[in-house]
Design a protein around this ligand. Structure first.
Ligand SMILES: Nc1nc2c(ncn2[C@@H]2O[C@H](COP(=O)(O)OP(=O)(O)OP(=O)(O)O)[C@@H](O)[C@H]2O)c(=O)[nH]1
Length: 355
């Protein structure tokens, strides 16, 4: 990894911060953080790791800029790779993360002839992620101030954007967020499936399939009508917490509508996916809701095949949900099995309010 001349003058910093805060999508802002700091520090490879409350890496972004010599003139080629549910973090990096989290400040380690440098990214007083890069010398006081300043702008702006993509009642990502993220997610899934990269950072992409499930509380109108809207709201919050507890932190959960949720999970095969969604159904069925008693949910799921349009996958999951409701509720159905059984036909699937 070679260093490049930095571009850290005040006009350049302001221009890059302006570009970062013009973005309206949280994942693009994360990408922009690397696109901002790499050139400011004159570094060709930077990375960003988003972690959960327990310090597990949920997502990693790798940004590389390669200097290519084309027809006598040099130009920079930008490459960004996003990896979800990063399991293969090197021992050095994991130790560095631990030090940064415990000391609550940037740390560095010698890695051969280079220094591996890591900065914490804070949110609500806890470490939400790490900004990492390698170089052959230590960070100067001016560079440190630039990194800290950019990370602070990033954190504040990210929190602002994030709150606009969240549902007020449950705190889950909202329907708008799902709609804006589906295409990006599909590109990511597609890249992941085609990737067999195993490079010097020991990044290994295990072949995984993704599954999308629409989960819907059964007879929720009756709950509202019987116990009132406020109790109905409490039920929705509790259902959310139960679903979150049943799914993995790296799974995505959205509040898609009133009493409708969308879960996108990674699972190696159909059976593992079915078990995961079945677990969500069971955890709701077994929970005793204060005042209300027992309630149930129904679900419909489909493989999130990146070669199928995301809207079609939503449509398939919704058709399966529709069939689960018709079959008596409190069950999880999947599109492929229903197709094989002839319960669903290609053109006669249920309807969904597509965007
Ligand atoms: N308390 C509360 N109710 C909501 C909220 N959003 C939507 N609802 C209500 O959720 C109910 C959904 O009812 P329906 O779509 O008829 O579905 P259901 O009664 O759950 O019946 P099935 O889905 O067929 O089992 C409606 O009465 C909505 O008013 C919310 O944020 N809070």
């Amino acid at each position: 990894m070679s260093n490049q001349q930095s571009d850290s003058g005040l006009p350049s910093i302001l221009k890059k911060l302006g570009a970062m805060t013009a973005i309206r999508d949280t994942s693009m802002v994360e990408q922009s953080l690397l696109r901002t700091l790499g050139p400011l520090l004159g570094i060709l490879e930077t990375s960003f790791y988003r972690v959960d409350d327990y310090g597990n890496v949920l997502r990693a972004l790798y940004h590389t800029r390669t200097v290519v010599d084309a027809l006598g003139s040099k130009r920079i080629v930008d490459n960004l790779e996003e990896v979800t549910y990063e399991q293969h973090i090197s021992a050095e990096l994991r130790n560095l993360f631990d030090s940064v989290r415990l000391l609550r400040k940037s740390c560095c380690r010698k890695l051969g002839l280079k220094l591996l440098i890591c900065y914490p990214i804070f949110g609500e007083n806890q470490v939400l992620g790490y900004f990492v890069f390698q170089r052959d010398r230590e960070v100067t006081a001016v560079e440190d101030a630039i990194i800290q300043g950019v990370l602070e702008v990033f954190t504040n702006y990210f929190a602002l954007l994030d709150s606009s993509q969240r549902d007020q009642l449950t705190g889950l990502l909202n329907r708008y967020s799902l709609e804006t993220n589906l295409d990006r997610l599909w590109n990511l899934l597609s890249a992941k499936l085609h990737s067999s990269r195993d490079d010097d950072n020991a990044r290994v992409n295990t072949p995984q399939t993704y599954w999308l499930c629409i989960l819907d509380v059964d007879h929720f109108k009756t709950i509202n009508d019987t116990f009132g809207h406020m109790i109905g709201d409490e039920v929705l919050i509790m259902v959310t917490r139960l679903l979150q507890g049943s799914l993995r932190q790296s799974d995505l959960l959205y509040r898609y509508g009133g009493e409708e949720f969308v879960a996108i999970i990674a699972a190696n095969d159909f059976e593992s996916a079915r078990e995961a969604f079945e677990r969500t159904r069971l955890c709701i069925e077994q929970f005793l809701f204060p005042q209300v008693g027992h309630i149930t949910i129904s679900g419909g799921f489909s493989s999130a095949d990146p070669s199928v349009l995301p809207q079609e996958v939503m449509h398939r999951a919704d058709s399966a949900l529709y069939a689960a409701k018709n079959a008596g509720r409190n069950r999880i159905y999947d599109y492929d099995t229903l197709m094989k059984q002839g319960v669903l036909q290609e053109a006669a699937t249920g309807t969904i309010d597509l965007f």
